[in-house]
Design a protein. Sequence first.
Length: 366
Amino acid sequence: MEPVLGLSGEDVFMLKFIRSRYLHTTLLALGLNTSCLVQSAAPNQYTFTKNNNTNSSNATELKLLQNHFQQQRKQAGLSSKSIRVGDVVWSYNEGGSHSKPTILLIHGLAGTRDNWNRVAQFLTPHYHVIIPDLPNSGDTKTPSNFDNSVPNVTSQLRQFIEAIGCEENLHVAGHSLGGSIATVYASQYPFDTQSLFLLNSAGIYKLANTPYTKNPLSLNDLIVSKHGDLANIAKQIMQNPPAITSQIQNAQEEVLISRSEQTRKAIEQIVKLNRIYTPDSFARLTGSIEAPTLILWGKQDRIINVEVAKELQSLLKRAETPVILNNVGHMPLLEAEKQVAQYYLPFLSKTQNLKNPLADKLIPLN
């Protein structure tokens, strides 16, 4: 890990604390409320619930879902790749020219790399784009005892980025829990983070006032555990859900049902861990970040209310005025991908050649 020069002793202490298992696991927990709702992962890593009357139908829908994502990747100029780094076998989408600056796009918990396909189609003509499945999501494989805490996931993500040779001058973007991971990444690797883009980003905010941020037990209401749940829950998560066929929706629902018990157990951890996290500790983390930051939020986000966007801006050193998208909920990367790209591309262009202020704080070697 890089040294963080120019920080006070208190700030360094706080960074170490942020990396502790308890705090990061709570960040992980907070991000879960954005995860178990709308996004199916690449379908071939799930075992569906047994139902003799629907197995054939499930297989057909599963194949359609797989083809759906493959077509999205093709349209976005993305190809699917994999690489083993230590004990983790990473699956990721890659597109754009290697000679262009690199963007790392991070999905939320229980989401997948394909969450970003709609946005990526606007990025790959101009940038080199990397979109991994996070550990234990999508097709990325991990050992059975893998530590899912945010510090470890962030560390593993860094090792992946280094393995594919993209760690320098990296533009980092994250949605929901992916926003928390992106935030931790930017704080831990400040010299290598060229810019930061946070979409409806998970965190602990003083202004948070939704049932899901006030009482994690409410997250159980968002678990897709039976047929018919997805349509209703999607309306809660998204203000303007994208149109999909009934077969694709059914396949997505099957995937989420297959994960319902796992999701429920994770929510139990949220209830236990939420008590040890404070807005002040989150503020210390965000306040250590040097990268120029763009914040984007859906105005009708019912999971993490839009008012926290201004609070997040106030915590960051170099954040621009948040972009608030009307008629958009918690999933702007699916609900308003063109608008997301329209704001992100100019920000990327503007920040590409900015000098990292930490460079001025380095101590000369001679």
